[in-house]
Design a protein around this ligand. Structure first.
Ligand code: NAG
Ligand code: NAG
Ligand code: NAG
Ligand code: ZN
Length: 220
């Protein structure tokens, strides 16, 4: 009978320790979850109203770091994890929810092509118009895009399809001097303007639509 209170208090002590350690464990799990989650949210960048990106970047941004859910797993990564113009371009493209329409003179940058393919696989509708003179340049990513199931229409006129713009979710325009090539990223002086100003975006949407129909292979 005298033992009872002690048993009772041991019981209470044990339960207390158990509850406390459970609490600590779940707090740790929550903190880890929060860190991982905000890390990826941080990279999924919200579109600004207007922004201008300038190239060249000094170093090439690591596509995995900025676009993969788990970041870059290469401990000897030779690309940069610092934010720069290309990393912003990556994250803007990746933030597309419904559509990406692109008119581009030449695309040889495989990271950008892969981002389009990733978006396409996620269910984003990706459409590309490009120029016939550039389809077969060395490193052209056009066949890779087509193989992945992205529709690409080609300006087969003797004139250049010289536009370089992308429309994201029918809302944001990215246009500039920038060919999607390695040289434009780390060599050339280039610019990209990003805007959601309707006065600018809407004409580009109708221009894209016009070219998309014009270069429909079944129509001509
Ligand atoms: C981007 O579009 C705007 C609006 O049409 C235009 O003023 C600007 O010159 C374009 N930039 C390039 C580099 O084509
Ligand atoms: C980039 O585009 C320009 C035209 O704006 C073209 O003259 C040039 O050859 C292109 N650069 C590359 C590397 O293809
Ligand atoms: C472009 O391709 C269409 C069919 O896809 C063809 O009818 C047209 O003649 C071609 N134009 C040129 C300039 O090759
Ligand atoms: Zn990396």
């Amino acid at each position: 009978m005298i033992e009872k209170p002690r048993e009772m208090s041991t019981f209470i002590l044990r339960s207390g320790v158990l509850i406390l350690s459970f609490g600590i464990a779940s707090e740790i799990v929550y903190q880890i979850y929060k860190r991982v989650n905000t890390k990826n949210k941080g990279k999924r960048r919200k579109f600004p109203k207007t922004e201008v990106l300038f190239f060249p970047d000094e170093t090439v941004a690591c596509k995995s770091y900025f676009t993969d859910d788990y970041g870059c797993r290469n401990s000897n990564c030779r690309f940069t994890h610092e934010e720069n113009s290309l990393s912003k371009l990556f994250t803007y493209l990746m933030s597309a929810r419904t559509s990406i329409d692109i008119c581009i003179f030449v695309i040889t940058c495989s990271d950008l092509a892969e981002l389009l393919i990733q978006s396409h696989k996620k269910g984003v509708v990706v459409r590309v118009v490009t120029d016939n003179e550039q389809v077969d340049v060395p490193g052209s990513q056009i066949w890779k895009l087509r193989k992945a199931g992205i529709p690409v229409r080609i300006d087969n006129s003797s004139f250049f399809m010289h536009h370089k713009f992308a429309i994201i979710d029918q809302e944001h325009l990215m246009n500039g001097s920038f060919n999607w090539t390695q040289k434009a990223i780390t060599g050339n002086q280039e610019n990209i303007l990003i805007t959601n100003n309707e006065d600018i975006v809407l004409p580009f949407i109708s221009e894209f639509q016009k070219l998309w129909l014009k270069f429909d292979p079944n129509q001509n």
